[in-house]
Write a protein that binds this ligand. Sequence first.
Ligand SMILES: Nc1ncnc2c1ncn2[C@@H]1O[C@H](COP(=O)(O)OP(=O)(O)OP(=O)(O)O)[C@@H](O)[C@H]1O
Ligand SMILES: [Mg+2]
Length: 196
Amino acid sequence: MWTEKYRARLIDDISSQPVVKQVMRSVVEGSGMCNTLFHGPSGTGKTSAAHAVCRALFGPRLFYDRVLDINAGDENGIAMVRDRIKRFSMLMLGARDAGWPCPDIKVIILDEADSLTIDAQSALRNLVETSAHNTRYIMICNKITRIIDPITSRCQIFYFPRIPKVAIKERLHRILTSEGLEDPNDLVEICEERLR
Ligand SMILES: Nc1ncnc2c1ncn2[C@@H]1O[C@H](COP(=O)(O)OP(=O)(O)OP(=O)(O)O)[C@@H](O)[C@H]1O
Ligand SMILES: [Mg+2]
């Protein structure tokens, strides 16, 4: 029940994953964003990191103007690529928000991209090229071997390794403390048993 309540929302909230955090910070500072692929085991911060960098780029007001968030686990076919991704990539860039970096791009977060059919991935590969002038893709998956080479070869790839137990314990302790547990160490110990 605390997964969403305590989801990492800022780049700095994400534990471990130093390389991706450093690159995402430099993207926010204006270094420019590449098409990106996050892969690795479940629960390592991939979805949170994608949202955090977009939030830091565009802020809350323009988030849904500039960011399309699709879960390919729900819609995995070529129709979704043509109807939703292509249509969004063809939209003109809207206004800027002066309070945020707001680079002149739109971002498509494609979560669970390893669920996409091969046809959908081929269509996506073409879109990645034709929309390059104003659209960047953050693709996220567990199994990179299910993504076709023409896509992986067009992305900057980041692997999210499992989070060290000490970092999990530290985060858990913070959550339990802010939930007002008098002795969070007891529960951390129980959770540690389950991590073994
Ligand atoms: N590196 C991390 N630092 C802080 N919190 C994390 C980290 N990784 C995961 N979490 C927390 O775990 C929950 C799930 O994280 P997230 O959805 O980003 O994982 P994921 O890598 O996308 O997993 P999946 O592959 O199952 O989709 C969130 O509440 C998130 O805040
Ligand atoms: Mg995820």
